[in-house]
Design a binder for this molecule. Structure first.
Ligand code: HEC
Length: 271
């Protein structure tokens, strides 16, 4: 071990240089970063810490592993290639509408932890709050296939309750989805042939009437007519049951609605 000192100094240099480069210098550079002041009295400073339900929603996002499939970082116009008419263009993220500029460190000032993500099995969510309504988010979280038939995102139906409607009055928070999605939460439901025959025997005329009001008359006695009636009936809402968001689902959606990074202009985030 006559090279002990060399090895020691070499190891020290290796580790200290990476510590300097990856920890100390970034710390100096970013430590006193502040939100940008509001441009006018009507504006809020940006970014602002999350509060209330949205803050609780961060935990739900973490617990359910959304980060394994979704990033929260919009790439600069210099990255993200696609081909158009034989020419390679860049800036795919901004073109897809995932933000109006790239995200910068200031966007994450209050995020604990930052959930940048590494995988993009699904779209980037950095500014998803600007893209959809709360109603859309609930229906999509409950079962993504109810909105995008081709979606491979898992259903988070366990964040919702299937409850009996009491007093004939549905909650105004109940999801507005056809029974094909609500009878067996998390799956697309279809009655067996025997069950459908029984339903037609009992409630056929009422269903046919509702169908006729929208699509014209239907022949309940023909197999083709029954098939059309079934397709229609599956898209209508259940009367006796409703799907209601749990506190966790509400928190998660409140968080998603607050995800509005890459929107407010920042001096350092030009592209
Ligand atoms: C297995 C991967 C996977 C997981 C886990 C996952 N997603 Fe997704 N997500 C996707 C895919 C794929 C899409 C695109 C298809 C679609 O819209 O359903 C998507 C789409 C979305 C969208 C619509 C984005 C847009 O711009 O259209 C939102 C919002 C979303 N997911 C939220 C979540 C949340 C919240 C969680 C955690 C509770 C989650 N996802 C977990 C794969 C996933």
């Amino acid at each position: 071990m006559d090279r002990g000192l060399v090895i020691f100094v070499g190891a020290l240099l290796t580790f200290s240089s990476s510590w300097l480069g990856l920890v100390l210098f970034p710390f100096w550079q970013l430590n006193d970063e502040q939100p940008v002041a509001a441009a006018s009295a009507a504006d809020e400073p940006y970014p602002r810490p999350l509060g209330g339900q949205a803050l609780a929603g961060v935990r739900v996002y973490e617990q359910n592993g959304c980060m394994y499939c979704h990033s929260q970082q919009v790439r600069s116009e210099k990255f993200g290639n696609w081909w158009e008419g034989g020419v390679m263009r860049t800036g795919a993220d901004i073109r897809r509408g995932w933000g109006t500029r790239r995200t910068v460190s200031r966007d994450y000032l209050f995020d604990r932890p930052t959930m940048l993500g590494t995988m993009r099995t699904g779209p980037d969510l950095a500014n998803v709050g600007t893209r959809y309504s709360e109603t859309w988010q609930h229906a999509h979280t409950f079962n993504p296939r109810a909105l995008n038939g081709w979606s491979i995102m898992p259903s988070f139906a366990f964040l919702y309750g299937r409850e009996k409607v009491l007093g004939g009055q549905k909650s105004d928070r109940a999801l507005k989805l056809g029974r094909e999605w609500t009878v067996d939460p998390g799956y697309r439901w279809r009655p067996s042939a025997a069950a459908w025959a029984a339903i037609v025997a009992g409630r056929g005329p009422a269903i046919a009437e509702a169908f006729a009001a929208q699509h014209g008359p239907v022949d309940v006695d023909s197999p083709e007519g029954r098939e059309r009636l079934l397709a229609f009936w599956l898209t209508t809402e259940e009367d006796e049951y409703q799907i209601v968001p749990s506190a966790e689902a509400d928190a998660l959606v409140a968080y998603l609605m607050q995800l509005r990074k890459a929107e407010t202009p920042l001096p350092e985030g030009k592209e």
